[in-house]
Design a protein around this ligand. Structure first.
Ligand SMILES: Cc1cc2nc3c(=O)[nH]c(=O)nc-3n(C[C@H](O)[C@H](O)[C@H](O)COP(=O)(O)OP(=O)(O)OC[C@H]3O[C@@H](n4cnc5c(N)ncnc54)[C@H](O)[C@@H]3O)c2cc1C
Length: 455
């Protein structure tokens, strides 16, 4: 058993804890930091996602757009500094519809999000030609959104997409990156600046006179500290309880699949593609009859909500489609390892085939797709918690839901500013735990959708 001391102890070496360590140590000059995790860094949730980012966020207000724009600014800086070692691209997200009635909705969303600071709206056909995104690189590209408002334009750009698609909305300050590469680089830099990584579990925290004093580890070691940061991902609530604070978050299990596009149906340089209409899954008459006969499977004939989407990943020479569809999400306690509905991959393939009919070649291949995923740790309005907690010296960085990779840099930067007394950005107050004490905020929450901003 060892007794050590440290200026800051961070519990959790996922993307949030590592970003916090990097911003504190490398940019904030706090050298004496211990980062504790019982697992290999970045292996619980932070290696399970699609690693995508976008500055396309709804209100109320411009808080999320500002926050994500700041994070993308920082990602751009890091990419320049490292010769883009984490392979960030700016291919964008393309939202597609086959429903004419969605066109005014798309236009309205574009105008609203543009007004929040996401960049200009360009309509096509229009005064400027549409420029497709390059497959690599992130510099010198348009921001905002391009609206492709004729079926011909959609076909011209995306000839593999269903012929009945009538419009597309292309978000430009968006794309994806290598989260493991980014996280490992940030961790190495933090360690070079003095951060010590300890493989252990935080089991308890001693609080005296409402002040943090010691962090206890499963090994029996004990770390004396004035500053304790909770970056425990889906275990935020459990670790919060160790300092006597009820952190108001819950978890949802989200799965993704990796489907090998062996037949080369989808070009490898596509943006992230998202289908914006509800879908009835395509089944043969015989399949329909069989599904309808069983109470357990009849739901597969129901209409599924909009939102099936995917992005490309090259794994050596293999083209993978990383796909997600959140059609039946419920709050649940985190159980590790998580399990997924065995039908999920087949449902996803059938949903994707509505957008890209050629993918029907993979019907029945669900068992060949690889399914994994993890927990979105969320607040009730799907906004993060970043900043001090009521016990002096304790902080939280979490509730990062399905956006913890894209927002990691602004989140780490903000947490470091809280701890070092740096200048706080305008959005800082919106992410404090104390926001829930504000009666005006409580009123806003009454009509706030828990899936706000979630794809
Ligand atoms: C299917 C899926 C798709 C996603 N897609 C995207 C995307 O496209 N873009 C995006 O930005 N985000 C995406 N996300 C979300 C993103 O992955 C998460 O928001 C992010 O990884 C959360 O990071 P974290 O550090 O808070 O949590 P985690 O990565 O879970 O890290 C928490 C760490 O805390 C440690 N820990 C917990 N309790 C203790 C303890 N008592 N002692 C020691 N260590 C402890 C755990 O071991 C773990 O390593 C996706 C997530 C999923 C599941």
């Amino acid at each position: 058993m060892k007794d050590i001391s440290s200026e800051v102890v961070i519990c959790g070496a996922g993307m949030a804890g590592i970003a916090a360590a990097y911003h504190l140590a490398v940019r904030g000059g706090v050298k004496d930091i211990v980062l504790v995790d019982e697992r290999e860094p970045l292996t619980l949730t932070s290696n399970k996602g699609t690693e995508a980012y976008r500055n396309w966020w709804p209100g109320p207000g411009d808080t999320m757009v500002r926050f994500v724009n700041r994070s993308i600014d920082l990602l751009d800086e890091l990419a320049r500094e490292t010769d883009n070692c984490f392979q960030m691209n700016r291919r964008g997200y393309v939202f597609l519809t086959a429903d004419e009635r969605q066109i005014p909705v798309m236009k309205e969303n574009a105008a609203e999000t543009s007004a929040l600071g996401a960049g200009p709206v360009r309509e096509h056909p229009g005064s400027t030609p549409y420029t497709p995104s390059p497959s690599e690189g992130f510099e010198g590209l348009p921001t905002g959104v391009d609206l492709l408002l004729s079926p011909e334009l959609v076909r011209e750009q995306f000839p593999f997409v269903t012929e009945d698609a009538v419009a597309a909305l292309h978000v430009r300050r968006a794309g994806w990156l290598g989260a493991q590469k980014l996280g490992k680089w940030l961790l190495a830099e933090a360690q070079r600046a003095g951060v010590r990584l300890v493989r252990d579990r935080v089991t308890d925290v001693t609080i005296t006179d409402n002040r943090v004093g010691q962090v206890h580890l499963r090994s029996g070691d004990c770390i004396k500290t004035d500053t304790f940061v909770i970056a425990a991902g889906p275990y935020l609530k459990e670790v919060g309880a160790m300092v006597g604070v009820d952190i108001p978050v819950f978890n949802e299990l989200h799965g993704k699949i990796a489907l090998r596009d062996e037949l080369g149906i989808v070009p490898t340089d596509t943006p992230l593609l998202f289908w914006s209409d509800p879908i009835e899954l395509p089944w043969t008459d015989a399949e329909r009859e069989k599904l309808a006969a069983d109470d357990e499977t009849r739901w597969l004939l129901d209409e599924f909500p909009a939102g099936v989407h995917f992005r490309s990943r090259m794994d050596g020479d293999t083209h993978l489609l990383l796909a997600i569809w959140t059609y039946d999400i419920e709050p649940c306690p985190p159980v590790w390892p998580p399990t997924f509905d065995p039908d999920y991959p087949e449902i996803l393939i059938r949903g994707l085939a509505r957008m890209i009919p050629g993918l029907s070649a993979y019907f029945g291949h669900g068992d060949r797709a690889y399914a994994d995923g993890g927990y979105y740790c969320k607040t009730r309005e799907n906004r993060p918690l970043i900043g001090p907690l009521p016990v002096e010296g304790t902080y939280v960085i979490g509730g990062l839901s399905g956006y913890g990779i894209m927002t990691s840099q602004a989140a780490g930067d903000l947490l470091a500013a809280h701890i070092t007394g740096g200048e706080l950005p305008e959005y800082a107050a919106a992410f404090l735990l104390s926001r829930y004490e504000d009666p005006t905020y409580q009123t806003l929450l009454e009509d706030w959708d828990v899936t706000s901003g979630q794809l």
